[in-house]
Design a protein around this ligand. Structure first.
Ligand SMILES: Nc1ncnc2c1ncn2[C@@H]1O[C@H](COP(=O)(O)OP(=O)(O)OP(=O)(O)O)[C@@H](O)[C@H]1O
Ligand SMILES: [Mg+2]
Length: 291
């Protein structure tokens, strides 16, 4: 198995650098990120001219964006435009895919996460992921949540109990499962399983939660529960969510990035993107003219 992961500067690659100025956050392709006056948040994740290839296919092209701390950022765009691939760049999940090449920079708390020597296990503890389809382990509800803390060395039963309860409470599932913690997670409904997966992610103490279409397999009631949960999560976490549902992006997110054919066409405050998009492509997509 050959997994080619290289990191280069834009100068080395000779690629054109897209310069974009985000009115909300400032010049995200410049030397540094300048915050919007009065905005107390700061970019927790920052990409600079990020390019990604799977083999010969140039999947992500010159992506420049700044993800604000304790905000919800939505990534929208037609199928195949690179949303999931971009999301996976943030915790190096693309490393697991053969023949991946990355150039440019992704920083988390100002550290380049693709620098040699990066502790990828620690990175994925800090930047957790929830997938489209709920994927609980075939174990008890308790063991699903306790699994991550155990892997990270927590052994004391009372500490595990505390983490399991807190994570389930934070995932708005505790009241529904408190009396059946030892029962199989496979017996939960789809919406409950997805909240269990969120609890499992929270249990290892992340700072950022990546969600790839977390509601696409859920009914409207379960979806509403997850959306309410996301609203609460941003008090303590930074959330990046991929969604095909425009209403959902408008409801839950503070910032939105619109992607098309591997490029980040527009990125800014959600109300601005939805009410006054700066690009015709964005407008065509959000008004349903294609996609
Ligand atoms: N493991 C892989 N190997 C090769 N190509 C891949 C791989 N995963 C994704 N791709 C390609 O990369 C491009 C972007 O895929 P990605 O899954 O990021 O799109 P997406 O915007 O998330 O789409 P969707 O909305 O359908 O989930 C697509 O052309 C896809 O075929
Ligand atoms: Mg996807």
């Amino acid at each position: 198995m050959v997994n080619t992961m290289t990191l280069a500067t834009p100068e080395n690659t000779g690629l054109n650098v897209k310069t974009s100025v985000n009115p909300l956050i400032g010049d995200v392709c410049g030397d540094d990120v300048t915050l919007h006056p009065g905005d107390t948040s700061f970019p927790v994740i920052h990409t600079e001219n990020l390019n990604l290839w799977f083999g010969e296919a140039h999947i992500l092209q010159n992506i420049c964006m700044a993800i604000r701390k304790n905000r919800v950022t939505a990534l929208i765009g037609p199928s195949g435009c690179g949303k999931s691939t971009l999301l996976r760049c943030f915790n190096r999940m693309n490393d697991l895919i053969d023949h991946t090449k990355i150039t440019g920079e992704v920083t988390y708390d100002r550290e380049n996460i693709y620098a040699p020597g990066t502790d990828v296990v620690l990175l994925r503890k800090k930047i957790g992921m929830v997938f489209q389809k709920p994927n609980p382990f075939p174990k008890s509800i308790y063991e699903n949540v306790a699994y991550g803390p155990r892997v990270h060395g927590i052994r004391e039963r009372c500490e595990l109990d505390r983490i399991v309860e807190k994570s389930l409470r934070d995932a708005a599932l505790w009241e529904e499962v408190r009396d059946r913690l030892s029962q199989s997670a496979m017996g939960l409904s789809g919406g409950q399983q997805q909240r269990l997966c969120i609890a499992r992610t929270l249990a290892v103490g992340p700072e950022v939660i990546l969600m790839d279409e977390p509601c696409s397999a859920l009914d409207p009631i379960a979806t509403a529960k997850i959306e309410n949960l996301i609203e609460g999560l941003k008090q303590r976490y930074t959330v990046i969510i991929v969604t095909h549902n425009m209403q959902q992006a408008a409801r839950v997110s503070d910032d939105t990035g619109f992607m098309y054919l591997g490029k980040l066409i527009e990125f800014g405050a959600t109300n601005q993107i939805f009410e006054h998009p700066g690009e015709e492509l964005t407008e065509n997509y959000i008004t349903g003219r294609f996609g």
